[in-house]
Design a binder for this molecule. Sequence first.
Ligand code: FEO
Length: 187
Amino acid sequence: MVTLRETEQKITTMNKRIESALNDQIQKESSSSQYYLAMASWAENNGLNGTAKFMYTHSDEERFHMLKLIKFVNERGGVAIVPSVPQPPVEFDSLERVFELLLEHELLVTESINSVVDVCLQEKDYSTHNFMQWYVSEQLEEEALARGVLDKLRLIGGDKGGLYLFDRDMEASAAAANKAGTADKKA
Ligand code: FEO
């Protein structure tokens, strides 16, 4: 027979598989934030100030993704672990390579989010499943954005004028994302 204490524990404690999957995701969001910060710093040092702003904003967004998960785990009776992250690269071969790496990284994050969703279904944890849907949509947007930027860069090739305009566009895109991000965080 299930005791009252066991029932209470079940209600107030997070399922361990879910907790572990969410903590893995916290690690991924944290390392994404650092990765994009390294890209921002590289862009800034290479005269690409618009791209740097875009990457700084993107890094902040990833930190927000991490914080949202930390709060969720703690509020749901789990223990969120603030992870250590490996040092990201200092140098990148080219701007095109930066965005290729960003897209590759986002594809890995999508895979990881899908596996969290999978664990939610296996454990029949529908409220965490519901919470994770925000991340599923966010990944769709981020992948589409990275693909779009990469397509533009490939079109520009080595054209300096094109690159100048590209960098200006990235600044506008960062400003729009900042505005949208502020609204998101208030919601
Ligand atoms: Fe939060 Fe871009 O993954």
